[in-house]
Design a protein around this ligand. Structure first.
Ligand code: F6R
Length: 615
């Protein structure tokens, strides 16, 4: 995850920026840089590929003087991790410098327009369009904050940006667009900060304001003026930063589960970084490490995992079947390890896990290894046993997940399995360039899509939690790609609220479980546009006819589903393959709010451990 740290105040900026960047280092990065504006109206940039020590050496050798600066740790999306592609970027005159976290989805169109107007670019990044867009406006006489707002209005996607202007060296302007890439303004004593997350501000700022999507902060050493994108001032009540380390790590959220749910857009972006070239159809899931010949030789894929990871594996199997046209199945690792599964060198066994330490998953991997199968670990924890055991590893890159209930590692596992399916589909010659280009285009929008999924039902959850938190059993139903999401939704509710929930295919209901349906047994029906919606409408009708409350998950604006259901949770319209990933989010938030309502221990539910290292 890219990290941002910025400072304006009486002190020298460069050492503070380096300290701030060390605090966001944990997010992962492959290059870093700082830009400092001095009182004489010049901006000096130092940036280097590699670790922060390389940047620190540059700064030590030739310190950029000045007390207003922006810093960045970059994890490459567009363009390789080189010095030129590192942030901050400036316009060619060097007047405006910017740091950016996100994906400018329309950067190609913007770059084309700017190039046609004679502008020259120095990097292969999407981010570089930002200082160009801002500088064009300030050079035409616009105020910096107005220029940033106008430039922001041109950017598609979920993005966080901080800019400075050499001619205005006591000022930073920060903007957050969409739900990806957090940004918080820190209030010190006569000095101000901007950082990617609240923990980075601890000890430096007494109070902090996390920016909401669509907010702009115009920051000077005296304070910050917060507006919306039209320039209208918006209410802003900074939080007092907690002294205790656990509370600080929650970054202003009441629970880790809520924080981690909100981190999903950025986590998804990190799963894509460097694995897809957004400017061309090239898809290089290089960590998965297959050659074309190896990919072509696989006759079958078996995915193994437990709990939430098994549900991710189930959707992964559907992606593989659909995109790589390879027989694929998902298996409960604890059952698989005790069978005598038929495996050989032409079988690829994919272990899916957050911890990489789950006993049953590790044993299933051993069994596969003994049978000579090829192993791929799709795992969050770097260096875990699963990654050491597998020949190949694709890291989830979701960042640390503290809440026992998995959220961001579930959606990131889905993203990684989708990438694996696309890679195999491409290497096996199943997907042509046109198809891959279309999928890559859709994936560029994924972080923004997940941000929309978080924002869509804001405000509805407490009301729904009050109504549904009073019920003692739930059915969750879906079809096709939405079936694993229904199973995971039921799991989330069970584990954090202790209310019984069962997930199943909507068709299966008639074969038994529909006998449970009554006024006290709600059915959560996943019926987004591409989720076999018309069949789901029939299933919803069946439940409604038996007086069962239906809480539907439907694509925003689907009035037909809304009219049939008792309540609706909206999910944003998205590409068919991405729709289930977005649909997982309202179910996570529903479970969270029901748990709050029932008073359960959200982050550490009773009887559960984060990592199940025994059978
Ligand atoms: C549920 C949850 C568990 C884990 C399962 C496997 O929210 O987190 O069901 O998915 O214990 O753990 P990993 O993924 O670490 O193998």
């Amino acid at each position: 995850m890219c990290g941002i740290f910025a400072y304006v105040g009486p002190r020298e900026a460069a050492p503070l920026l380096l300290e701030g960047l060390r605090r966001v280092e944990y997010r992962g990065y492959d290059s870093a840089g700082v830009a400092v504006a001095n009182a004489r109206g010049a901006v000096h940039v130092r940036k280097a590929a590699g670790k922060l020590d390389s940047l620190a050496r540059l700064v030590a050798a030739d310190a950029p003087a000045g007390s207003c600066g922006i810093g960045h740790t970059r994890w490459a999306t567009h363009g390789k991790p080189t010095d030129d592609n590192a942030h901050p970027h400036t316009d060619p005159s060097g007047r405006v410098a910017a740091v950016h976290n996100g994906i400018v989805e329309n950067h190609l169109a913007l770059k084309r327009r700017l190039t046609d107007a004679g502008r020259v670019f120095a990097s292969a990044t999407d981010s570089e369009v930002i200082p160009h867009l801002v500088e064009a406006r300030v050079s035409a006489g616009a105020d910096l904050a107005d220029a940033v707002r106008a430039a922001a209005a041109e950017l598609d996607g979920a993005n966080a940006v901080v800019c400075l202007d050499a001619r205005d060296p006591r000022r930073l302007v920060a903007v957050r667009l969409g739900n990806a890439g957090g940004l918080a303004v820190g209030y010190g004593d006569g000095e101000m900060f901007v950082a990617s997350d609240l923990p980075a501000l601890a000890g430096l700022a007494a109070r902090a304001l996390p920016l909401a999507p669509g907010q702009v902060a115009d920051v000077t050493p005296e304070g910050a003026r917060i507006t919306d994108l039209s320039g209208k001032p918006t209410a802003a009540a900074p939080l007092t930063l907690p002294a205790d380390a656990v509370a600080a790590a929650k970054g202003g959220y009441r629970h880790f589960m809520l924080k981690e749910t909100h981190e999903q857009p950025e986590a998804a972006m990190n799963a894509l970084r460097g694995r897809i070239a957004f400017d061309s159809p090239a898809l290089t899931v290089h960590e998965a490490g297959f050659t074309d010949a190896e990919a072509a030789a696989f006759k079958r894929v078996v995915l193994v995992g437990m709990g939430t990871s098994l549900f991710a594996a189930q959707l992964g199997a559907l992606y593989l079947e659909e995109l790589a046209r390879i027989p694929a199945s998902a298996e409960d690792a604890s059952e698989f390890r005790y069978r005598r599964p038929v495996l050989d060198r032409e079988t690829l066994v994919v272990a899916v896990a957050q911890s990489g330490e789950t006993a049953d998953t590790l044993e299933a991997m051993h069994a596969a290894q003994t049978a000579g199968a090829r192993l791929l670990a799709v795992v969050n924890a770097e260096g875990s046993q699963a990654t050491r055991l597998a020949g190949n590893t694709l890291l989830l890159r979701a960042g640390p997940e503290i809440a026992v209930a998995s959220t961001k590692t579930f959606t990131n596992a889905l993203v990684c399995l989708l990438l694996t399916a696309l890679e195999l589909g491409q290497r096996r010659g199943v997907l042509d360039e046109e198809a891959v280009t279309a999928h890559v285009g859709a994936l560029a929008h994924l972080p923004a899509l997940l941000g929309e999924a978080i924002a869509l039902n804001d405000g509805a959850y407490p009301r729904l939690a009050k109504r549904y938190g009073a019920m003692r059993r739930f059915l969750y139903v879906g079809r096709g790609r939405l079936l694993p999401i229904a199973l995971e939704g039921a799991m989330k509710l069970k584990e954090v609220s202790y209310i019984h929930a069962e997930g199943m295919s909507a068709a299966m209901m008639k074969h038994g479980p529909i006998a449970l349906v009554d006024k006290e047994t709600p059915v959560v029906a996943l019926a987004p546009a591409h989720g076999m919606r018309d069949k789901m409408l029939a299933n919803i009708n069946e439940v409604a006819a038996r007086e069962g409350p239906v809480l539907a998950v439907a694509t925003a604006g689907d009035d037909e589903v809304a009219a049939l259901a008792s309540d609706v949770l909206w999910t944003p319209p998205g590409a068919p393959l991405l729709e289930p990933i977005a649909a997982a989010i309202p179910l996570q938030l529903l479970a969270y709010h029901v748990a709050l309502h029932t008073g359960a221990d959200v982050d550490q539910p009773r009887n559960l451990a984060k990592s199940v290292t025994v059978e």
